[in-house]
Design a protein around this ligand. Structure first.
Ligand SMILES: NC(=O)c1ccc[n+]([C@@H]2O[C@H](COP(=O)([O-])OP(=O)(O)OC[C@H]3O[C@@H](n4cnc5c(N)ncnc54)[C@H](OP(=O)(O)O)[C@@H]3O)[C@@H](O)[C@H]2O)c1
Length: 209
């Protein structure tokens, strides 16, 4: 399987990369990034300007796409930029991958994703899911974690506090409200890559515990 991985320098994408490199059945990985990745004979990690996606077929040809690309409102700096990164970059890459033969698209979305949501973040995630589905991949997998709890290079005070609170409350919380570990999300996305079930599959946060 040739995997096209987006967001390989991030928390979830980093785990997808590690797990994919440990799986000999993943014969090649293309991971376009804006920061360098460690070298590996099975990994091609070109540095890409995501605002001006190159059209080179060699960059986008793959069997399966796993997308864990995304930002935060704070890092994006505006709602418009957030939408551009989380929605438009994802869609632009999905179109290129589909045009170059990808059959399966696996999206790291979010719990609550809904194009009709009054919450901006959930609405963007929902619109991204909707527009990816409309591209008509043979198989589309929408993975919807809740809070992603894991060590990060940069401070995210809200997420870190929420992670601590959810950890304390874990024994009494319903499974649907528990935080998700990035390595578990990565494992679910890679597992989904091997299924030939056609159509759209949604993986809820409680199925990522
Ligand atoms: N945090 C949560 O609790 C949570 C909950 C549910 C869903 N999600 C969603 O899950 C997905 C993965 O989350 P994560 O925590 O693994 O994210 P993350 O650690 O912040 O990683 C995000 C990835 O996207 C890339 N990216 C961000 N902005 C970019 C830009 N302008 N151009 C190109 N690449 C860019 C990052 O590249 P750089 O390394 O170069 O920045 C990184 O590889 C995201 O879509 C997120 O919205 C998050």
């Amino acid at each position: 399987m040739h995997l096209l991985l987006l967001g390989a320098t991030g928390l979830v994408g980093g785990h997808v990369l590690t797990q994919a490199l440990a799986d000999p059945n993943v014969t090649a990985i293309t991971a376009p990034t804006r920061r360098p990745l460690p070298t590996n004979p099975r990994l091609s990690a070109p540095m890409v300007d995501f605002d001006n996606l190159p059209q080179d077929p060699a960059l986008w040809a793959a069997d399966v796409v796993i997308c864990a690309l995304g930002t935060t409102l704070k890092a994006a700096g505006s709602r418009e930029r957030f939408y551009l990164i989380d929605h438009d970059f994802t869609l632009g890459i999905a179109r290129l991958a589909k045009a170059h033969g990808a059959r399966i698209f696996i999206l790291n979305s979010a719990k609550g994703a809904d194009p009709k949501s009054p919450v901006f973040y959930s609405r963007v995630k929902g619109e991204t899911e909707r527009d990816i589905q409309a591209l008509g991949f043979q198989r589309t997998v929408l993975v919807r974690p809740g809070l992603i709890d894991g060590p990060r290079g940069e401070p995210r005070p809200f997420e870190q506090w929420a992670g601590r609170i959810l950890a304390v409350l874990k024994p009494v919380l319903p499974r649907s409200m528990q935080a998700n570990r990035p390595e578990r999300i990565a494992r679910a996305m890679l597992a989904a890559a091997w299924s030939s079930e056609p159509g759209v599959t949604v993986v809820a946060s409680q199925d990522l515990l």
